[in-house]
Design a protein around this ligand. Structure first.
Ligand SMILES: Nc1ncnc2c1ncn2[C@@H]1O[C@H](COP(=O)(O)OP(=O)(O)O)[C@@H](O)[C@H]1O
Ligand SMILES: [Mg+2]
Length: 237
């Protein structure tokens, strides 16, 4: 069976700056796959290209066996890829409920109310505060809302860019528990993290991105045990 998402020899540049060079990886249906790597490695650029926010210089992105790298972002969202961006990007002056509705804007079915309840089941604090403005929330609550908003498009593939950034260890654990729960409910996850330890512990497969290239890959627990990964990303050696 072909993978749900397949990125092959992807290169992306900002003018003369080559941010992603020849990145290849794949995500099988039902998996959690993580891209790890230091700041500036090209992880965010890779996700933004899959979402259709950036155009690759070369390479292909296939989703459900169709090329998508030339499609506009709203079409890609409509096909079933949701992107929870780095830094959350919520609308601070809008309420929880309004932010969640924005996540559902590409949908044409009438399951939006049911999915909103599902988000509130996942994160009860959002339900309790549904009429409050998002800008008043803590970092952890904002991350929950950003994930909830991405879930509102009912994605087959959910891409999360640095969901643990700036969060306390307890809140980080809460977010990682949620990612596992979303997987168990049938969502495939592509996770980008600088927190390599937590990400790999959760992942079926991991890829190390370094200076725009994928340099190592394997099952999450194998990468966790790899001396090169431990030295470079877990502060050992
Ligand atoms: N909008 C931009 N314009 C120019 N260069 C950028 C832009 N965004 C990112 N870059 C550069 O591209 C490289 C990869 O960045 P990024 O994809 O954000 O990495 P990561 O998410 O792994 O930290 C870095 O060298 C960064 O400085
Ligand atoms: Mg980034």
């Amino acid at each position: 069976m072909s993978p749900l998402l397949e990125v092959t020899n992807l290169s992306v540049a900002y003018g003369a700056i080559e941010a992603v060079r020849d990145v290849s990886f794949s995500v099988a249906e039902g998996q959690i796959v993580s891209l790890i790597g230091s700041n500036g490695a090209g992880k965010t650029t890779t996700l933004r290209t899959i979402s259709g926010l950036l155009r690759p210089k070369s390479g292909t992105v296939r989703f459900e066996d169709q090329p998508i790298e030339k499609l506009p972002a709203h079409t890609i969202l409509g096909r079933g890829i949701a992107h929870c961006p780095e830094g959350r990007r919520l609308f601070g002056r809008m309420t929880v409920e309004e932010n969640l509705h924005l996540g559902a804007y590409v949908r044409k079915d009438n399951g939006v109310a049911a999915d909103m309840s599902r988000v509130y089941d996942l994160f009860p604090v959002l339900g309790q505060r549904r009429h409050q403005k998002a800008g008043l929330f803590s970092g952890g609550e904002q991350q929950m809302l950003a994930i909830g908003r991405a879930m509102m498009s009912k994605p087959r593939l959910l891409m999360l860019d640095e969901p643990s950034m700036g969060l306390s260890p307890i809140m980080t654990q809460r977010i990682f528990d949620t990612i596992r729960e979303l997987q168990s409910q049938g969502t495939t996850i592509l996770l980008v993290e600088q927190n390599a330890l937590a990400a790999l512990a959760l992942s079926d497969r991991g890829y190390v991105v370094d200076l725009g290239r994928t340099t190592l890959e394997g099952p999450g627990r194998d990468l966790l045990a790899d001396q090169r990964v431990r030295a470079a990303y877990l502060g050992e050696g």
